[in-house]
Design a protein around this ligand. Structure first.
Ligand SMILES: Nc1ncnc2c1ncn2[C@@H]1O[C@H](COP(=O)(O)OP(=O)(O)OP(=O)(O)O)[C@@H](O)[C@H]1O
Ligand SMILES: [Mg+2]
Length: 250
């Protein structure tokens, strides 16, 4: 936990490839377009992707903060004035599992940055590794992305169970991604809600849904947020609505 004023929101899914990076980048862009100062942290410390999806050129990464104590303010990459990115390294597997000491170094180093932003979003790695768990604990709000794929549901459930058991976290925003129809999104949320209330006594908050949309993959190839590349696409409108919902709840 930290004492800064920014809303710190961690984005995870358990399962890989569910859309964490795509939605983190676009949610950050949506909040920034609404005039909020946003810091997007690439918390996928071993297989960074945020820089790729935004087409950024990165020379120094969070690895320098974790290993050498470099001030993260020196690592910030500006996408546009309201949106700054803290990049991570790719191909550095040892970064994915932060030791308790590295967690303490990172937490202390990030603290002074927080006052400069309204929102701090963290895109995390797949799985339940130490860095994923630590970023989820560090954040004040937790978004769990689920897709209609049954393995996404079981992995999201496993993540929430661990976060509840380890850190007593009980409040989770569920974001349904990649459903083909509204009905499929509704069923996905209903299934998640049913197991969470039954087995963990957790009542999840439905943050919203982003439909399956070919514009998402097109934007990845352009290395631009779909929200900016194709503002009228269904996924873009959905993310804008989710950002509005987050602002309404602040
Ligand atoms: N709503 C969507 N509609 C269509 N394709 C999508 C959607 N969301 C994500 N995808 C596609 O799914 C793939 C994985 O997305 P992304 O990299 O954001 O997932 P991830 O959860 O960050 O993956 P990892 O666990 O590897 O970090 C990408 O090719 C992306 O284009
Ligand atoms: Mg990712």
């Amino acid at each position: 936990m930290n004492g800064g004023s920014a809303r710190i929101i961690c984005i995870s899914s358990g399962k890989g490839g569910v859309g964490k990076t795509s939605l983190s980048v676009n949610l950050a862009a949506a909040l920034a377009r609404k005039g909020r100062k946003v810091l997007l942290i690439d918390g996928d410390l071993g297989l960074a992707n945020v820089d790729v999806l935004l087409g950024l050129t990165v020379s120094r990464t969070l690895r320098r903060t974790i290993e050498e104590g470099l001030d993260p303010a020196a690592l910030l990459v500006e996408v546009f004035p309201e949106l700054q990115v803290l990049p991570a390294s790719s191909g550095v597997p040892e970064m994915a599992s932060l030791s308790a000491q590295e967690q303490a170094v990172l937490g202390a180093a990030l603290e002074p940055l927080l006052d400069r932003f309204d929102f701090v979003l963290v895109d995390t790695a797949a799985g339940l590794g130490e860095s994923v768990l630590w970023f989820n604990d560090w954040a004040r709000e937790n978004i769990v992305i689920v897709s209609p794929d049954p393995t996404s549901l079981t992995d999201a459930y496993a993540l929430i169970k661990v976060l509840r058991g380890r850190y007593a976290k009980e409040r989770f925003h569920l974001l349904i991604n990649n459903a083909k129809t509204r009905r499929e999104a509704d069923e996905t949320f209903a299934t998640m809600r049913s197991v969470l209330t039954r087995f963990l006594k957790i009542e999840p908050h439905r943050l919203g849904e982003v439909p399956q949309d070919a514009a998402v993959a097109r934007a990845v190839r352009l290395q631009k947020p779909f929200l900016l590349a194709e503002p009228e696409c269904r996924a873009g409108k959905a993310v804008a609505a989710i950002a509005a919902g987050l602002l309404g709840g602040s």
